[in-house]
Design a protein around this ligand. Structure first.
Ligand code: SF4
Length: 407
C-alpha cells in the first residue's frame, strides 16, 4: 500500500530575520536556543553568574526580568561584567506594567539590552495601555532594538477577549469557547505587531510569541499565527511544570511545530526543582533540536534500555560516564576538534542489538550480557576494531573514545 504522507520535516516557514544583538532569529537561520534567569536582576553578582552559566551551557541569548528601578539600573552593569568575562551574550529585558517608564528613566538599560520583551496583556494599565505600548515601541525605535510581542494565556488582553466573545455570541456561537480563546491570543499578537509597525518599528525588529500551557492549544495557536503572518516566531509552552512532565509537555508540541517548519527560537520553560540546576532547560532545548536532526550541539550517546539480559549496572554506569565526560569536555573539544558535535557513540548491554547499533555509531561497544563471556567487542567506523577483556572494560573504552576524538 502506498502513502503520500511525507514523513520528513516540512521546509522552514518563511519568516523575516531579526538580528538580536548579533544572533539571527528567523529568515531560515538555525533555530536559536534561549532561556531566562530566575535571579533578582538587582542582584548583579547572582544574575551575572546565572547568565554566564546559561550561556556556557548553550543558551544563545538570555532573558532577564526588568521589573523596577533597581533592576533597570543593574542591567548595564551586568552587561559590562559579562563583557569583561568575554561573554558576548545578548540580554533580553522582560518588561511588564511599567516597561515604558523603566526604559524612559534608564537609557543605559535600554541601550544595554539586545531586545525588549513586552506582553500586550499587561503592557500598561487600562486606559493608558495603547499610549504606554507606543512609548515602549518608540524607545525600541530610538535605540534600534527588536521587540518580542509575547502574548501569554495567563495575562490575556481581557478587552479583546470580551469583544471576540460578544462577536461570537452575536453570530450565534459559530466558535467554541476554546476557539474564541485561541483566536484572542492570535489576534492579540497580530494587532500589537500591526500597531508597532504603524508606530514605525520595522518588521525585521519584531518577533512574536503566543504561549499557553495546554499542548493542543499551543499547537493550534502557533499554526494559526504562522499561517497569518511572516514574523519570526519564538516557541515555548508556558507553565510547563517540573521534571519529566515539564520536559515531555514542552518537547511534544515544540517537536510537532518544528517538524512543520514552524519556529525560529525556542525556550523550554522548566520549573527547577528546589536547588535544581537552571541550565537543565538549555540542555533539554539542545537535545530536542538535536534528536530531531535540526542542529548538532554535542556528540550523541546511544544506549539501550537494558533488560533481563543485563543484571549488572556496568553498561548504564559506562553510558552515563561517557555522557558526562563529553558534556564536561565539550567547551574544549568544540574549539580543538571542529565537527566533534556530529560524533555518535554507542554503549550497548548485550549481543542482541549491541554489535548492530555499535556498527551504526562512530565508536561503539557491546558489553557482555548475563551469561556471555566477559569480553566486549568495540566497533570503530562501522567495523569491529578490537575486543576488550578484563576487569576494566569501562575505563578502557573511555580511553578509546578520547583517542578517537583526538584523532
Ligand atoms: Fe537487552 Fe541486549 Fe537489547 Fe540491551 S541490547 S535491551 S541488554 S537485549
Amino acid at each position: 500500500m502506498s502513502s503520500s504522507f511525507d514523513f520528513n520535516p516540512q521546509p522552514r516557514r518563511a519568516s523575516i530575520a531579526v538580528d538580536v544583538g548579533g544572533v539571527i532569529v528567523g529568515g531560515g537561520a538555525p533555530v536559536v536556543v534561549q532561556s531566562m534567569t530566575n535571579t533578582d536582576t538587582a542582584d548583579i553578582d547572582g544574575t551575572v553568574a546565572q547568565v554566564a552559566a546559561l550561556h556556557r551551557a548553550g543558551s544563545e541569548m538570555v532573558r532577564i526580568t526588568v521589573d523596577r528601578d533597581e533592576s533597570a539600573a543593574a542591567v548595564p552593569k551586568i552587561r559590562e561584567r559579562l563583557e569583561r568575562l568575554g561573554l558576548d551574550v545578548p540580554l533580553i529585558g522582560d518588561f511588564h506594567y511599567i516597561g515604558h517608564k523603566l526604559l524612559a528613566d534608564h537609557p543605559a538599560c535600554a541601550e544595554a539590552l539586545a531586545k525588549y520583551r513586552i506582553n500586550p496583556g499587561n503592557v500598561g494599565f487600562k486606559a493608558k495601555k495603547d499610549k504606554q505600548f507606543a512609548e515602549i515601541i518608540e524607545q525600541a525605535i530610538r535605540f534600534d532594538k527588536p521587540v518580542r510581542i509575547g502574548v501569554n494565556w495567563g495575562s490575556l488582553d481581557q478587552e479583546l477577549l470580551t469583544r471576540l466573545m460578544d462577536d461570537n455570541q452575536a453570530k450565534g456561537f459559530p466558535l467554541t469557547a476554546q476557539q474564541v480563546m485561541r483566536e484572542t491570543i492570535v489576534q492579540s499578537a497580530l494587532i500589537s505587531a500591526e500597531l508597532a509597525e504603524e508606530i514605525g518599528l520595522p518588521r525585521n525588529r519584531i518577533i512574536l510569541s503566543a504561549k499557553v500551557s495546554a499542548v493542543q492549544d499551543l499547537i493550534a495557536v502557533y499554526a494559526m499565527l504562522s499561517a497569518r503572518s511572516n514574523h519570526a516566531l519564538h516557541l515555548g509552552l508556558t507553565e510547563a511544570g517540573m521534571g519529566s512532565k515539564g520536559i515531555v509537555a514542552s518537547s511534544a508540541p515544540l517537536g510537532i511545530l518544528m517538524q512543520q517548519g514552524i519556529g525560529d527560537t525556542i525556550r523550554i520553560s522548566l520549573t527547577p526543582e528546589p536547588g535544581g540546576d537552571r541550565t537543565r532547560e538549555v540542555q533539554v532545548a539542545q537535545e530536542l533540536l538535536q534528536v530531531m536532526g535540526f542542529r548538532q550541539f554535542i556528540p550523541v550517546v546511544a544506549a539501550c534500555p537494558g533488560c533481563g539480559r543485563t543484571t549488572s549496572t556496568v553498561f548504564q554506569e559506562l553510558a552515563q560516564k561517557i555522557q558526562d565526560d563529553i558534556r564536561k569536555n565539550m567547551p574544549v573539544w568544540r574549539e580543538k576538534y571542529p565537527g566533534v558535535e556530529a560524533l555518535k557513540v554507542a554503549v550497548m548491554g548485550c549481543i542482541v542489538n549491541g554489535p548492530g547499533e555499535s556498527k551504526h555509531a562512530d565508536i561503539g561497544i557491546s558489553l557482555p550480557g548475563t551469561g556471555e563471556l566477559p569480553a566486549a567487542p568495540v566497533y570503530i567506523d562501522g567495523k569491529k576494531a578490537m575486543t576488550i577483556r578484563g576487569t576494566n572494560i569501562a575505563g578502557d573504552f573511555e580511553r578509546l573514545v578520547s583517542d578517537y576524538i583526538e584523532k
